[in-house]
Design a protein around this ligand. Structure first.
Ligand code: TYC
Length: 103
C-alpha cells in the first residue's frame, strides 16, 4: 500500500485489494402443511427459478427435509427470509425459511 501525501496530520492508507463478501444460503425447510404449489410460487417469485427447477427444488425439500433456494450476500438473504416468511404467515402457512453462511 502507498501512503498518499497530504496537508494535515491524518494519513489514509489505501488498499487496492478487496475481499469477496461471505455468501449465505437461503434454505427452505419441509413441513407437513404448506401446499406444494405455494412453495413452487415462492421459488419462482422470490428466488427467480423457472417453473421446472422450482418443482425439482420443492420436491427435493419435500423428500430430504431441506434444500437451498438461493445464495446471496447477507443483507439480500435476510431480506428474502423476512419477505417469504411474512408472505407464508399471511397465507396461514407454517413454511420455515432460514439463512446460513456458506463455507
Ligand atoms: N411437505 C409439503 C406437502 O406435502 C410440501 C412442502 C415442500 C412444504 C417444501 C414445505 O419447504 C417445503 N404439502
Amino acid at each position: 500500500p502507498h501512503v498518499p501525501s497530504g496537508e494535515g496530520r491524518t494519513q489514509t492508507l489505501e488498499r487496492t485489494e478487496t475481499r469477496q463478501p461471505r455468501l449465505w444460503r437461503v434454505l427452505l425447510l419441509n413441513d407437513d402443511y404448506t401446499p406444494m404449489d405455494f412453495v413452487v410460487m415462492v421459488l419462482e417469485r422470490y428466488f427467480r427459478k423457472a417453473e421446472q427447477e422450482a418443482q425439482l427444488i420443492m420436491l427435493a425439500v419435500h423428500h430430504k427435509g431441506q434444500g437451498v433456494a438461493g445464495v446471496y450476500t447477507r443483507d439480500v438473504a435476510e431480506t428474502k427470509v423476512a419477505q417469504v416468511t411474512a408472505h407464508a404467515r399471511q397465507e396461514g402457512h407454517p413454511l420455515r425459511v432460514v439463512a446460513e453462511p456458506e463455507g
